[in-house]
Design a protein around this ligand. Sequence first.
Ligand SMILES: [Zn+2]
Length: 209
Amino acid sequence: MAQLYFYYSAMNAGKSTSLLQSSYNYNERGMRTLIFTAEIDNRFSQGKVSSRIGLSADALLFSPTTNMAEIIKSENGIKKVHCVLIDECQFLTKQQVEQLCDIVDNCDIPVLCYGLRTDFSGELFAGSQYLLAWADKLVELKTVCYCGRKANKVLRIGNDGIPVYEGAQVDIGGNEKYISVCRKHYTEAIEQAKLMNQGVIPKVAIHFN
Ligand SMILES: [Zn+2]
């Protein structure tokens, strides 16, 4: 029986690399995969999943209004789909996660979702919330903080080098950087940023190394 998988991590844990490797493994056996990525992600060219180590593959785009079930069923009707892979799955809506459950349960197609668990303020993304709740398999892809501990938090660093702790969950077209850190260093960095913004300590970029 097919299952719904949620591969989650902080930033830069090799999610796209892992997705592309899984897709390759299916294709190598003559099986067809469908890859989706979020329309919101403009880091690379549109309609592609690219990994930092240079691999890439064409992808269909989803926005909050995309009917995932309709597209997958239509493609499966044209030619059998053996696996669906979704990058940036934190941007899925609750309804889209329900649609993916339908695909797994009623079309018997495995769906592998890759994405972030939490945003820069430590809150769950909507897609991640429902995947954590409903996926059959939860798999953590681990990455490390500069201190060597497991990185399970994402810091948004502003143009001034100071961590940002307020604002929209998705920063479209922004120049902010994101780095993965452990919980201890996340909390320390946010505390320092607050003191800087209150004028208690001088404003200087925090270095993570
Ligand atoms: Zn750390």
